[in-house]
Design a protein around this ligand. Structure first.
Ligand code: SF4
Length: 257
């Protein structure tokens, strides 16, 4: 199992410009995308500007929980995992926090390869080695029927915010990137193709089909068993890449994986 280290509410750091709300910090494999299988330290910030109904980090979005860790504490905890050369800054949405920039600068100075997992609605200028951009499709919207809280309170806000073409183009132009889509079914593909076309028009950088990754929706092995083959077939059919969710396949998405 991956190695967890403390990111709990007992941290002594107060909330300030040199700290981040951290939901968990752990060592595991990167489960998704280009670096799937890469041993990495995960720094999971709390807080998100969206509310996908299927959010696989519910305690950073719908019910955010975290300890406030200073940047010094975060870097120290990352360095405790001496084997790791890769750090994944994830959330929630890590780029809602201005302090993520300084954390990335410090990790870069220490020689780490950094991946930022982002929903693509916010651009920040920071040393990011891979922007792992996961734009959210209409199928992510928490309608009253799908909302885990059952009231549809976030439906409109989520729908208004979920795609920002300017931010997507800036991320694509600014960093090595992958565009990673959570696919709930074949109905998502026309929207993915249209969105990729809009990004291609807005960005100066070429977006190849191989930069587009389809990932099956599913937070448990059983759910993935239902979806992964169909999504793999969609990826082949459209010339896109398929990405697994290794942390679900291996550990059923247990906390700290
Ligand atoms: S953008 Fe990511 S972290 Fe935010 S609600 Fe959606 S899946 Fe969860």
């Amino acid at each position: 199992m991956p190695v967890n280290s403390a990111a709990d509410a007992t941290s002594s750091a107060s909330e300030d410009a040199n700290a981040l709300p951290i939901n968990e910090l752990f060592y595991s494999f990167q489960g998704e995308g280009t670096f799937a299988g890469m041993p990495s330290v995960f720094v999971r910030t709390s807080g998100c500007n969206l509310r996908c109904w299927f959010c696989d980090s519910y305690h950073t979005s719908w019910e955010p929980t975290h300890g406030q860790l200073s940047l010094d504490e975060i870097v120290e905890q990352v360095q405790e995992h001496e084997q790791a050369e890769h750090v994944v800054l994830t959330g929630g949405e890590p780029l809602i926090h201005e302090q993520s920039v300084e954390l990335l600068e410090r990790l870069d100075e220490l020689g780490y390869h950094t991946t930022v997992e982002t929903n693509g609605t916010i651009y920040r200028d920071a040393p990011i080695d891979l922007a792992s951009i996961s734009p959210k499709l209409a199928s992510s919207t928490p309608t009253p029927e799908k909302d885990p809280k059952g009231d549809g309170e976030w439906e409109e806000r989520h729908e208004q915010r979920r795609v920002d073409i300017d931010a997507l183009a800036q991320l694509v132009d600014g960093y090595d990137f992958q565009l990673k889509f959570v696919v709930t079914g074949g109905d998502d593909l026309p929207e993915i193709e249209a969105l990729v076309d809009r990004v291609r028009e807005a960005a100066s950088t070429r977006v190849a089909d191989s930069d587009v990754l389809l990932m099956p929706e599913g937070m448990t092995r059983d759910a993935l068993d239902e979806s992964r083959n169909a999504v793999a077939e969609l990826a082949i059919e459209h010339g896109y890449r398929y990405t697994p969710r290794l942390h679900v396949d291996l550990w059923n998405d247990a906390p700290g994986t």
